[in-house]
Design a protein around this ligand. Structure first.
Ligand SMILES: [Zn+2]
Length: 350
């Protein structure tokens, strides 16, 4: 699942195409109508958290197209496909689909940030709405000058290559292929670098304040309003490195421990990003592990706010002990009592 560092890498891959014109399009997206991007110029490329924003401008010299606003170029199918995306992203059927496609991958419900938010209702795009907002959900990716190939046969034994939602061929001769991305036109990027964990402007004070709420820290960390770009891998790894139990209430953790947690979030994310550019696989210590580096058995359970999305969480009970009962208070949910109230409790143990 693409987290902040992966989306930064996608941003880097797209950058050489800025300033080039789209000369040919392809892809299966009905919502976007790939042909609507024909002859547009890619003028800017920004990354914010887990989202990529691409600015397209018409060629003003091409009178007819230049005067045409993007909504005229968009097609009717938009709303239907969006509704379908939403259903797939959120409905129970998505689990079946995900499980079939990626049996070895973590089966989790997408968190609200990259689920609903990126699938805003399709308001007609005005002339100013020239930013294509790209969200990567659980399996999205961008390929440059090559197409993704099937890694294995499907159940029928066919080797079918994945179908890109959008392909953009540029005047310079290269092309970009977008897979499993949710794309929508928007007026301008929502820029909040102070909450972007990979931004130099990331605001530690704000992060510490929100972490110190009376709420399990593993819920708070995934809140994209304050930790934009932070996903499930970073959550698990930062909590392990900080020696903090995922269900610890932030309000009961000392300021130095919360600071250590924020340090590990930033360090792990930055290291992951560096690794992306060096072709190095990011090493995890508890995420999808059976044992922690100290050789202890790692626990795995789905945690999330009551009624909210539950995310698979790995932790080491010895390296990340629960706070002693007398510090813990009565309100801290235990994994045992919390889980059955969740609508997604059926996901646990998957
Ligand atoms: Zn351990």
């Amino acid at each position: 699942m693409p987290e902040g560092p992966s989306v930064r890498k996608f941003h880097h891959l797209v950058s050489p195409f800025v300033g080039q014109q789209v000369v040919k399009t392809g892809g299966s997206s009905k919502k976007l109508n790939p042909a609507s991007l024909q002859f547009l110029w890619l003028q800017d490329n920004q990354v914010h958290g887990k989202k990529l924003f691409l600015r397209f401008d018409p060629d003003e010299e091409l009178g007819s197209l230049g005067n045409k606003s993007l909504p005229e170029l968009l097609q009717e199918g938009e709303r239907e496909e969006e509704a379908e995306d939403q259903k797939q992203a959120l409905g129970p059927s998505s689990w079946e689909i995900s499980n079939q496609l990626c049996p070895s991958m973590e089966r989790v419900v997408p968190s609200g940030d990259n689920g609903l938010e990126c699938l805003q209702r399709g308001t007609p795009a005005g002339a100013a709405e020239r930013w294509l907002q790209v969200s990567f959900g659980l399996f999205g990716s961008i390929w440059v000058n090559e197409f993704s190939r099937a890694k294995k046969a499907n159940k029928k034994g066919d080797w079918r290559d994945p179908i890109p939602r959008l392909v953009l061929y540029f005047g310079g001769g290269g092309f970009l292929a977008f897979y499993n991305c949710q794309m929508a036109w928007s007026p301008s990027p929502v820029v909040t670098p102070t909450s972007d964990i990979l931004s130099e402007k990331f605001h530690r004070g704000q992060a510490l304040e929100v972490l110190s709420q009376e709420q399990p820290v593993c819920y708070t960390l995934l809140d994209q309003r304050y930790f934009s770009g932070l996903g499930n891998i970073i959550k698990n790894e930062a909590l392990y490195r900080a020696g903090i139990h995922p269900l610890s209430l932030g309000s009961l953790l000392s300021p130095p421990r919360l600071e250590a947690l924020v340090d590990h979030v930033v360090e792990f994310s930055a290291d992951w990003l560096r690794g992306k550019f060096q072709g190095r696989q990011q090493h995890t210590q508890v995420y999808q592990k059976e044992q922690c580096p100290a050789g202890h058995q790692v626990m795995k359970e789905a945690f999330g706010p009551p009624g909210g999305f539950q995310r698979l969480t790995w932790w080491c009970p010895q390296c990340q002990p629960r706070l002693p009962a007398n510090e813990q208070g009565q309100s801290q949910p235990s994994s045992g009592s919390q889980a059955p109230t969740s609508p997604h409790s059926a996901l646990q143990g998957l």
